[in-house]
Design a protein around this ligand. Sequence first.
Ligand code: CA
Length: 113
Amino acid sequence: MPKQLEENSKLEEYDLNKDGIVEDSELESSERIKQIENADKKEDAQRKMAWIALVGMITYPFVTILMSAFGLDASILASMADLYFISVAGIIAAFYGKEAYMSKHKGSNENNY
Ligand SMILES: [Ca+2]
């Protein structure tokens, strides 16, 4: 008796060519697609994080200046500036360092996407 999937089965998505049979090769392809999608999401999240860090780093001095201009106490912001800049620069350097490393070594490893 042929095996069947129940109605609206979670495994339905693995039947890539919609012939009603989930083959091993389709499972492998689905797994590979999932890996690529996850890697893409991870890249997007890291890129977003680097951009937020960069925007924060650029706006930080202006916020301090604006606070002083409006007569607000910017001493707390100013006192954590050194630590903040080192941390944010670390994040940005790690991101662009990773990007450079990945683009240099692309193709040398099959799983490197
Ligand atoms: Ca199929």
